[in-house]
Write a protein that binds this ligand. Structure first.
Ligand code: 5GP
Length: 186
């Protein structure tokens, strides 16, 4: 714990500690380093939820690489997906013939990533892989979504911290916790 006591009191429990997260992110960075030898991948951060994971992950990849950022609409301030995906901020650079890795915070229904994968493939990426910190396989609605790199399988609960928010808050918690339902049910 740190002195974010105000935020921590809204959690039912800590699901993943910063130490557990750090170890997995290091492991994933090493895997990507091995898989992309001789290449210069473009790492695409899906704002804002993946920003903390992204910042840690890129520093664990020992390769030349470039960064880009995309923002898409997902939940707003509710906790269930609407199925509507909208690009709020597009990539700055062309990805034609590039090896792209989409970096996402969490795959839930899979609707967001399935849509993103389609549009980035249409833009001519040479290869496209998905790296996610968290996966909630129990909630998947899209059958054919292949997640290439994943750090943690988690149960069906609404989580915050390490970049993940509820109503734009809690992103700065260094650990990931289950938000108490009384916060979003009130
Ligand atoms: P999907 O399209 O896969 O249903 O939704 C993915 C997006 O929903 C994620 O990028 C994230 O913004 C949001 N999301 C899904 N589950 C959670 C959760 O447990 N906590 C938070 N904070 N966001 C979630």
């Amino acid at each position: 714990m740190n002195n974010n006591a105000e935020l921590y009191k809204d959690l039912d429990r800590i699901l993943l500690t910063r130490e557990e997260i750090r170890a997995k992110v290091q492991e994933l960075g090493a895997r990507i380093t091995a898989d992309y030898q001789g290449k210069k991948p473009v790492l695409v951060c899906i704002l804002k939820g993946a920003s903390v994971f992204f910042a840690d992950l890129i520093r664990e990849i020992e390769l030349p690489l470039t960064l880009d950022f995309m923002a898409i609409s997902s939940y707003g301030s509710a906790t269930k997906t609407s199925g509507v995906v909208r690009i709020l901020k597009d990539l700055d650079n062309d990805i034609l013939d590039k090896d792209v890795i989409i970096v996402e915070d969490i795959v839930d229904s899979g609707i967001t990533l399935s849509y993103l994968r389609k549009i980035l493939v249409q833009r001519g990426a040479r290869s496209l892989r998905i790296a996610t910190l968290l996966d909630k396989p129990a909630r998947r609605k899209v059958e054919d979504l292949h997640v290439d790199y994943m750090c943690f399988d988690i149960p069906d609960a609404f989580v915050v911290g390490y970049g993940l928010d509820y109503d734009q808050t809690y992103r700065n918690l260094p650990d990931i916790g289950v938000l108490s339902p009384k916060i979003y049910e009130k």
